[in-house]
Design a protein around this ligand. Structure first.
Ligand SMILES: C[S@@+](CC[C@H](N)C(=O)[O-])C[C@H]1O[C@@H](n2cnc3c(N)ncnc32)[C@H](O)[C@@H]1O
Length: 229
């Protein structure tokens, strides 16, 4: 995981990100653009959802989702520097809320959000010290703030064999499905104990291939089902 500067070990470190965002005044989307991921996001996350974007950084994905019809997106990041910049940038876009918060300790009520998007957030913690402990705290918190039936969309460059053990636990039971766009993995984790069972959407996975830019797809990988109730 690299954007060309910085030590991987520093990606879990607040001071590293504050320093980086102090120098980097523009915007940057890690991994993929919204345009390339929109069919997948639209499939699993309805536009009326109350969405939480964790580790938002200075990415434009949230703005682009609002422009595409999403109604409310709460964005959090551990860096006060980037949160201040994003608040200023989007002061005239009330659908976007920005708050400085640590994903390992979310200051939200249980079941507050319909869906959570993580593009590079878990990967950052994986690159820092105490990765397993930090990721476990993060997953527990995301699970807590999701409504039953809610979706945690994890967009990661991590090998599924490395990521899945962090996602699977008796304490946080999910339905988990995996899509791939080239080497990028997109885990769809659905909180169980749901009245509305979104796992029926799993049946539609192959439909994605018709919508997505074929050059971004690996037909051998996309999609494969890891677990289903
Ligand atoms: C790889 S960047 C991804 C930024 C953005 N999501 C994107 O797709 O472009 C990871 C982000 O996670 C943030 N971050 C790191 N540790 C965090 C934590 N414990 N809680 C919340 N955000 C954190 C960093 O400040 C950084 O903005």
């Amino acid at each position: 995981m690299t954007k060309g500067k910085g030590q991987p070990q520093a990606y879990g470190d607040e001071s590293y990100w504050n320093e980086r965002y102090s120098q980097d005044v523009g915007s940057f989307d890690w991994y993929q653009t919204y345009a390339n991921m929109a069919p997948l996001i639209n499939m699993y996350i309805p536009k009326s959802d109350n969405v939480l974007m964790v580790g938002c950084g200075n990415a434009v994905i949230s703005e682009e989702m609002i422009n595409d019809g999403y109604e409310t997106i709460t964005n959090i990041d551990i860096s006060q520097v980037v949160i201040d910049a994003m608040k200023e940038k989007y002061k005239n876009m009330p659908q976007l809320r920005y708050q400085r918060m640590d994903v390992r300790q979310l200051n939200y009520k249980a079941k507050e959000f319909d869906s959570v998007i993580d593009k590079g957030m878990l990967d950052s913690l994986m690159c820092g010290p105490s990765a397993s402990t930090n990721v476990a705290s993060m997953i527990k918190e995301i699970y807590r703030v999701l409504k039953p039936g809610g979706v945690y969309m994890l967009i990661t460059y991590g090998d599924p064999r490395v990521r899945v053990p962090h996602l699977k636990s008796d304490k946080v039971p999910w339905d988990i499905k995996l899509h791939a766009i080239r080497y990028l993995q997109i885990f769809i984790c659905i909180k169980l104990f749901s009245k509305v069972n979104r796992s029926m959407l799993f049946q539609q996975g192959l439909v994605l291939q018709r919508y997505m830019n074929p050059e971004h797809l690996d037909p051998l990988l996309n999609p494969y089902l890891l677990e289903k109730t």
